[in-house]
Design a protein around this ligand. Structure first.
Ligand code: NAP
Length: 310
């Protein structure tokens, strides 16, 4: 009997995922009936994007797990109709993309690339560009993405401090945790990168009080989620120059509305939530592995702790 796997995401994603998923299931030796329309009571696994039409899991009486296509799960953890295991996406392709995006933006700040690109009327004033070893970068969040980005920054020579909820060890990274750890980390943050999930405990991690702990002229890169930053406090800190610049990929409201002050602020770079995307090829292998585990009675990987919200 094939395993019934429902693909519950926007139709345009089906065209991207169908072939890689079929290949991954075949490679894993799992016979599946994979489709976008399977009677709910016959579905064994749900491949899921939180923006799909499926919001009520009640009729999926025999389903064993929901396998999320996205790394962020804030749009599904509160779903009261979901009572089966929820796995989030930890995709090697997505991780590579995030590491490259974060590294690029850290280097842009570190090397002051915007300042050094001269126009014809500019003064020719060579300066000594600091080395990475003279720069302190703080990674808020040391999960799949934060730890990977931190490791690459360490390889480039940066002084990297990391911060997480629980104690962590990442080679070459000074790992701090808890509320006191946050204060210590922010004191050091010439460049801060936010790779925390959006949960009740992480809302407004950067606010007026915590922004004030950062050194004057610090820069902020947020590829995590919009609610991690209290927007009014950041705009104030940018206006006073306490924060020199912010690169924001994620926002409380997306697309960012035209009237939002971030658009017009000279010291803000806005990017359209493109830091890292799930890559169908590698993500399909992760999904097939979880279905294999479910069928073999083995524990699922990348399970979400719904009480913690990530
Ligand atoms: P993850 O593996 O779950 O890691 C989350 C990290 O945040 C962990 O280190 C965790 O601490 C820490 N954390 C959670 N709550 C905390 C708290 N209250 N205080 C301090 N630290 C806390 O997640 P991930 O895969 O790295 O992804 C991180 C986020 O990136 C996602 O949730 C998503 O929102 C965002 N993302 C954005 C894009 C984009 O394109 N912009 C793409 C993918 C993902 P512990 O280690 O102690 O658990």
């Amino acid at each position: 009997m094939p395993v019934n796997v429902l693909f519950a995401a926007k139709t345009e994603r089906w065209t991207v995922y169908e072939a890689p998923l079929r290949a991954a299931f075949a490679q894993a030796g799992i016979e599946v009936h994979l489709a976008m329309d399977i009677p709910p009571a016959e579905v064994d696994y749900i491949i899921y994007a939180p923006n799909s039409d499926l919001q009520d899991f009640t009729p999926y009486t025999r389903a064993k797990a929901v396998l999320n296509l996205w790394a962020g799960v804030e749009a599904i953890t509160g779903n009261k109709t979901l009572h089966i295991p929820l796995a989030r996406m930890v995709d090697p392709g997505l991780t590579k993309g995030m590491v490259e995006w974060v590294t690029g933006h850290v280097l842009r700040y570190h090397l002051d690339m915007d300042t050094d690109v001269l126009r014809t009327d500019a003064k020719w004033e060579p300066r000594e560009v600091p080395l990475a070893q003279e720069r302190s970068v703080v990674m808020l969040g040391l999960g799949a993405l934060g730890a990977a980005a931190a490791r690459t920054l360490v390889q480039l020579g940066f002084n990297v401090t990391g911060w997480s909820r629980s104690p962590k060890e990442v080679a070459g990274v000074d790992c701090l945790h808890g509320p006191e750890g946050l204060k210590e980390a922010l004191h050091r943050a010439e460049i801060a990168v936010l790779l925390l999930p959006d949960t009740p405990a992480t809302t407004n991690t950067l606010n007026a009080e915590t922004l004030a702990l950062m050194p004057k002229g610090a820069r902020i890169i947020n590829p995590g989620r919009g609610p991690l930053i209290e927007d009014a406090a950041l705009l104030d800190a940018l206006d006073t120059g306490h924060i020199a610049h912010a690169t924001l990929d994620v926002f409380r409201e997306e697309p960012l509305p035209p009237e939002n002050p971030y658009w017009a602020h000279p010291n803000v770079t806005v990017t359209p939530h493109i830091a890292a995307e799930t890559r169908a090829g590698t993500a399909s292998q992760v999904i097939a592995e979880n279905v294999r585990r479910g069928e073999a009675g083995e524990p699922f990987i990348n399970l979400v702790d719904r009480a913690l919200g990530y």
